[in-house]
Design a protein around this ligand. Sequence first.
Ligand code: HT7
Ligand code: ZN
Length: 847
Amino acid sequence: ALPKRLIDYRPYPFTLKSVGLDFTLDPDATEVRARLAFSPREAVAALHLDGEELELVSIALDGRELASGEYQLSKTGLTLPADILPARDFTLETVTRIAPSKNTALEGLYMSNGMYCTQCEAEGFRKITFYPDRPDVMARFHVTITGDQPVLLSNGDLVANRDGYAEWVDPWPKPAYLFALVAGDLRAHSGTFTTMSGREVATNIWVRPGDEDRCDFALQALHRSMRWDEEVYGREYDLDIFNIVAVDDFNMGAMENKGLNIFNSKWVLASPETATDADYERIEGIIAHEYFHNWTGNRITCRDWFQLCLKEGLTVYRDQQFTGDMRGHATKRIDDVLALRGRQFREDRGPLSHPPRPDHYREINNFYTATVYEKGAEIVGMLHRLLGPDGYRAALDLYFERHDGQACTIEDWLKVFEDSSGRDLSQFKRWYTDAGTPTLRVRDSFKDGVYTLEFEQETRPTPGQEEKPLRHIPIEVGLLNENGDEVVPSTVLEMTEARQSFTFDGLATRPVPSILRDFSAPVRLERDADTSELAFLLTHDRDPFNRWEAGRALAQKMLIGRVLGQEGDRSFSDAMGALLRDESADPAFRALCLNLPSEDSIAQALYDQGETPDPAAIHEAREALARDLATAHKTLLAEIFTKTEATAPYSSDPEQAGPRALRLAVLRLLNRIDGGARAGALFASAENMTESFGALAALVQTGQDASAMAEFRDRWQGDRLVMDKWFLVQLANCPPEMALERAETLTGDPLFTWKTPNRFRALMAGLSGNHAGFHRADGASYRFYADWLLKLDPVNPQVAARMSTAFETWTRYDEGRREKMRSELERIAAQPGLSRDLSEMTQRLLG
Ligand code: HT7
Ligand code: ZN
């Protein structure tokens, strides 16, 4: 199929005044009666409705049954020619039949553990009924559900409910991708929330029987999110009920359907015994994210799918702010930058690089990417930094006032910022339209009390974009004197030229610069800072992000030096020693500093420097550095390990989670020299999943984990979420030479229910997350992985396509590995009947 292009956008020629949907549920033959009330916007236009894999039972125009010659039915939809349509308002009524029990792709209406549920974003609604399935067609929905399930849910407010029948009316016009239906034997964990204007909202978390006692954290997180959106953005919830449903079979994390969010159960259910601190934080963040979509995504939606980052970038930015407010801004920023570099920079450096607002695609499901989400959020953060807090809030107020109820574009969004601030953002817009991560090179000089920072920006060509016009880059900078005092406080420099100098005068001595504070722009900063300067910043910088960044740069220097066979020095080890002794520093922050860069990020750094990464050498170097660090500080580390032992009952609050994170970071180091003794003891005594799983992960690293793994499996085999962890950790963390063999064995485990996305992802991400194990020189892991993608593709193309990104770095490596990955990709591409999803991915990966 030809790609869809942004420039081909045309408004839909009809408005849809109302939608009535009647569902009669049946696993093999659900009947959907749809009444669509249209009003023509253009004099003469054919009516096209999207529809896929639907059986059309009947069709009537204004009550008149149509004969088969009066319309055209194709694999992609239904068209009524202009000449049979009245020039006034009309109603089209169709009856279609679908088979939810046969829907393994989990798009449209499907079944999970006997429960009906839907996933309509991006283009799933067309698998439910014939409809203009595009986000700029917004309508009010009235839904009835007939079925023998005890709980029948849809969007909006419940207006009728009796045995086997429910009726839902959503007063807010919405695009079809926000439609949802759930039916099943579900239990609610319920609460109420009083909005800022005093309205009572019923809040429910719906789960399978038996899971009710793992919902309260999610419910409280929802209430915190609702309050936060009122306080920080002035946004109030707009229905009388807010439902969240947890399902086990789900292609992504969660979905923001109006008033009826559907979640992967992994991101709802939590108890101290089964969820880690990281899970708790993530659950809170995802609950917030989906809730925040109610305004940024639902009330104001996207005109077309090219504008996806309009809702996703903004909503990610909002959930990042929220988590920062709940749990601490410094550590949240570091986590977000780690994720951005680990996923988005990686994506941007390879064949899948694309702009946050792409201008063409074949399969939109392939564009729910780190670039759209995480880079999209960075762009919103840059706007916030450029305009300041008041300017940002004024722009957002105007956005909600001007565009409520509309389907918008990035142009609309930027215009709001321009109008409210009076600034010209035409150069800034390139962050949305251009792909690639700019490199920012810095040089400095000092003469007669004047300090000069000279910046140079460059962006490499990316697929389809050879020319790279200059970006508008906010660079937050502070200057420190030799005592560590801030002589120039944080200021935002705005770079718009290819080369640009900024001067600071009246300085007594040459300052130490702290550049790109708080990671003020998603760029790669290149600066030749020596190790003493980095150690100085790690100790003195007021900006916590740059303190951490200095430590990271030291670690990276050390690791790259080792891989390249250079002599190391003690600077990193000394700096970490100082940090370990600094009890005034936040434990969570110290934990982040102690975590060594991942093997994948070391490979990326080497590649960026023009070197060919050797996965085995990288693994060795990282292990050796961890061992050396542990040996150099073993007494101090052991003291911290003892001191951070919790005495209070478990809570996932940052006050407890921080020291726990430090304790586990310390454990991972000591584990390298104590033969797993501490990890074994902790595994035996742990009373919460954070420590139990942390200890297990450490044991896996030694390769001596067989009995712990068996014990863990015995205890948790009945718990699908904990078992996903079990599948993942034993592959991601094991010695690389064991990874493939373990993966092969695990695929034979009766608990490897590979059609369940969470389970498939756990195993495959475990293998691909073991950098040296996945990139074995003989290419055997590549073959195994590709075989499984091919097996999954006919069942669930979305997940297969998404998982193919394990190959996105193939151009980084040596000839041998490149050839092997290329030939696996070619083998996939040549598979007869390959899905559009996986076919687009392999073609883009091959370039
Ligand atoms: N907006 C939601 C995206 C989503 C999705 C997309 C494609 C296929 C399945 C999906 N499930 C959810 C989630 C979000 O960003 O909030
Ligand atoms: Zn989202």
